[in-house]
Design a protein around this ligand. Structure first.
Ligand SMILES: C[S@@+](CC[C@H](N)C(=O)[O-])C[C@H]1O[C@@H](n2cnc3c(N)ncnc32)[C@H](O)[C@@H]1O
Length: 274
């Protein structure tokens, strides 16, 4: 993971200041390459030739500012993305969660909710959903609206089913969804257990006490200081021996908080809080 931050005389600084002031989104601690890729996406989407033109446009046009914010936060995902990670949740994390009378899981940077519903399905199949709550948080209000609806294009079902089975699913994913025309809806009992809200790992404080955190493909966008901030929030939120799961290319290496977690399922980037 890269740790490069923006230089002081940064040409992106006016854009980042605008996003902070008007959208309360603090992108200053993001890794430089992901910021630059996001700015390029925004420039292309808005049809402007330079970063200066982009800065001028987002200053006068609120819709352009929203486009810019969305371009910096890609929320592309899948259900049971990286199936072996979710297989480890099924086989290793569920037996731990089963020891708690009520279960709270925080999916931080949940995008449009696919990761949260994957965990909700596994909780349901482990017989734990009725005493569980999955908090799904993100800074992208559009993605959160999709997550809260629990509705996805039905054409994605075959790919979701494949991932579900590769992740150790023994029934059928379609047992948990209803198809209505071109839309797939997660069942109401799953949706009721997934609670979606805005929360920024850059600017917000600690979250409710939880037994597990899954934060995948988010820290990769952050430079080191912001990654450490997020990990400090997870430490605050997790109960002793609680589980932390990261993305396939993320790790605690180089973090000042690395020593506060022990490997749990190392190959799947699952850790337990000390
Ligand atoms: C690539 S998506 C990952 C989605 C999901 N976790 C997964 O792995 O499939 C990255 C998500 O991180 C969110 N994100 C970026 N910066 C964030 C921040 N400061 N606080 C919370 N979420 C953030 C983005 O909005 C986006 O939805």
């Amino acid at each position: 993971m890269t740790t490069t931050t923006a230089p002081i005389d940064d040409p992106l600084a006016p854009l980042l200041a605008e996003l902070l002031e008007r959208k309360h989104c603090d992108f200053r601690g993001y890794a430089r390459p992901s910021l630059e890729r996001g700015v390029e996406r925004a420039r292309a989407a808005l049809g402007v030739a330079s970063v200066d033109e982009l800065a001028a446009l987002v200053c006068r046009d609120p819709a352009a500012l929203t486009t810019m914010a969305r371009a910096l936060t890609t929320s592309v995902s899948e259900l049971f993305r990286d199936p072996s990670y979710f297989r480890a949740w099924r086989d290793e994390v569920m037996p731990l969660l089963a020891t708690y009378p009520s279960i709270r899981v925080w999916v931080a940077g949940c995008g449009a909710g696919e990761e949260a519903y994957s965990i909700a399905v596994i909780l349901a199949e482990a017989g734990l959903l009725d005493r569980a709550l999955v908090y799904a948080t993100d800074i992208d209000e559009h993605a959160l609206a999709v997550a809260a609806s629990g509705a996805y294009p039905a054409e994605r079902l075959p790919a979701f089913e494949r991932n579900y089975r590769a992740a150790g699913g023994r029934a059928r994913l379609s047992d948990h969804v209803r198809i209505d025309g071109a839309t797939l809806h997660f069942d109401a009992h799953l949706r009721a257990r997934v609670s979606c809200s805005e929360h920024s790992l850059s600017t917000d404080g600690a979250f409710a006490e939880v037994h597990a955190v899954s934060c995948r493909n988010v820290l990769i966008y952050f430079a080191r200081e912001l990654r450490d901030r997020a990990l400090a929030l997870f430490l605050d939120a997790l109960c002793p021996r609680g589980v932390l799961g990261l993305g396939a290319t993320e790790s605690l290496a180089l973090s000042e908080h690395g020593g506060r977690f022990h490997p749990f399922v190392a190959a799947e980037r699952l850790y337990r809080r000390a």
